[in-house]
Ligand binder design. Sequence first.
Ligand SMILES: [Fe+2]
Length: 281
Amino acid sequence: MTGPKRRRTLGYHTATVRNAFLTRLPDALVGGLLKARHVRQPIALQEHCFASAHWPRDFDGLRIAHLSDIHYGHLLGDDRLMQAVDAVRAVRADLIAITGDLVDLSAHEAPRLFERLALLTARLGVFVVLGNHDHLDHPRAIVRGARDAGLVPLVDESARAGGRDGLLVAGIDWATSIPACSARLRRCGAGRADLLLAHNPKAFVGAEERGIPLTLSGHTHGGQVARRANPRHNLVFTQRLNAGHYHVRESHLYVTNGVGAWFPLRVNCPPEIAVIEMRSR
Ligand SMILES: [Fe+2]
C-alpha cells in the first residue's frame, strides 16, 4: 500500500493477539467449523419505520439502508462481503449509511474491500464513518479508500445530501465515551443535523440533547449472544444502548447487529442489514 506511513497502535497488536487466541486458534481446533458456521448464517433484513417532528418534511418517507461492522478480513471475506453488498443493492434505498468497523484488523486489504463497496450507489449518496477497528492500523487509508470509491467519508463533519437544501448528514469519528462523542459532535459544525452517523451508540446522548431526529450506530454487534425473548439482554450488558431501537422525545437511535464480527459466534443475534424509513409528523 502506498501513501502515509502506517502507525500501528498498541490496540492493533492487542487485537492481533486476541484474534489469534480467541478466533483463529479455536476455529483451527475444530477444523474451521466455527468460521464456516458463522458465515453460513443468513443476513437478516430488518425493516423499521420511525416518525419525528424534527425530520424534514421534504424527506418524508426517505429510506436508508444501514450497513455496519463489516470487519472485512479473516472472518468475513469476499464472498460474504458480496452477499452483504448485493443485499443492500436490492433494497434500492435513497441513502446508504455505513457506520464503521469496515475492516477487522489490517487496512492492507482495504483496496479490495472498496472495490466491492464502490458497487453501492444511492440517490442521495453513500456515507461512511470509521469505527474503533478502522483505527487499529491505518485510518487515513480507510478514509482515502472510501473517497476514491465514490463514498462520502465523514470525519467530524457534515454534508448536505441532495443539494443545497438537502438532508444534513453529520458523521463523527470513533470516540469511546459520551463526552468524547459530544465533543466530536460539536466539531461537526452542523448545528442540528437531520441524521447522525456514529459508530458508538453513546453518541445518542449528545444527539438527543440537540434534537437530532435519527442516529445510526453499530459497534456492539447486538451483543452477539442474546436472550431469545429480549435481545437487549446480551453480552454487552455494560452498555445501556446496546441493540435495536431507542427513542427519546423526537430523537431515534438504531443500533444494528451489523454483518460481521471479530469473534465467530452469534446466538439469537443474526447478522443484519437495517432499512429505516423516516417519516415527518
Ligand atoms: Fe465491530
